[in-house]
Design a protein around this ligand. Sequence first.
Ligand SMILES: [Zn+2]
Length: 417
Amino acid sequence: MQFTADHAEWGRVDITLDDLGCGRSWEEIHRVRGLELVCPECGGQVFARVSKLGTRHLYHRTRPPTCSLANESLEHHLLKLELVTRARAAGYRAELEVAAPTGEWRADVMVFGPDGDRLMALEAQLSSITAEEIAARTDLYERDEVSVCWFGIKPRPWVGTVPTLLVQPPEDPKEPWSVSAGLARLAENSMHWVPVGATLTDAVSWMLTGRITPYTPVRGSRRVVDQDGCYEWAEGWTRYWDDSWRMWWTAPSYVAADAERARKEAEDRLRRQEEGRQRELKKREKARKKEAKSRAYAEFWNRTGLDRQQWRYFRALAELFFSRGLVFGAPDDRFGGGRPVYERTGPEGEHWTLVGVACPDPYRLRAWAEEISLLVPRDEDLADLAERAWEPFQVYVFDPDTGVMYHERVLPTPVVP
Ligand SMILES: [Zn+2]
């Protein structure tokens, strides 16, 4: 069963057209003796007849096993006929079985643009073919600047690896064919794709007018889900198929929206990376401070020779002497490794006033020592301070071993002339 033949004088005969594509009529080929119509594929003689269901077609009297046209299934022929009819209904010139000048491809249906240039090949692909073979055939069309859509009826491994639509013939021949898979739109949240149903009439018209385009989504929005969130194109279309189906037809506006989503996601990813980096920096800074603090404490205990018990007494004596609550800070480089002493004031004790420095290193005294009282645990500390003093210092001694406490004004040691 086929729809095209060649005639020595008329050229290509296409029985899907009223004038057979060559200014003739059905009556001029149907049951006409002595007419020589040959198959475009194998060159064998073909004859016109009408099937029991009323389909006009051409047939080989003896079917040559090597002729692909003669051996195409009825289903294939009906789909081809449907495709060429839909392209013509959309207002385009469309021809059946159009071969490349080089013979490298032969389109089931070739649709031509307004300038007569080849616009798009519509291929009914019902026999089995590998994904590699169909990719190679798609590449040939691409090389010749012809876009292509492969139409199938059942899920096959190649489906969705090239521009594809799965279609279904109607149960009632008067109804239109429908698209069962391969059309999708981006969901409103832009996170996944939703299958779209359509008639084959609409889908062919949309692809010829550019209202839909084959599109491989940017990574991250690959899943096609239906209204119930199922990973299915259509009934019987399993998760496996969904994963391998990586290209579908959609409107250019969804292509733009998907690109926008991918751009935002990339931005978010960068922002999260930056946030992670900042967190890491903060963590390191905190660890560094902790390390510095523990070094300062070690230095403090080591230099003062005080143990924890003596330190507690020292503090208690200071509070007793001044008759107020004091807070002793950590050893601080800004005060020569000594511990700042604060008095808390205000109703909630929220104001901290620096009132002294406990046990500073006499070798690391700076200008602050002139202003702030110095608190030390032993008499001997007075001599050390006097040796380093350049101005009078206010010094308080709180000896934790004896409980002795007193105030002393330490003057610079006079320089002996
Ligand atoms: Zn043939």
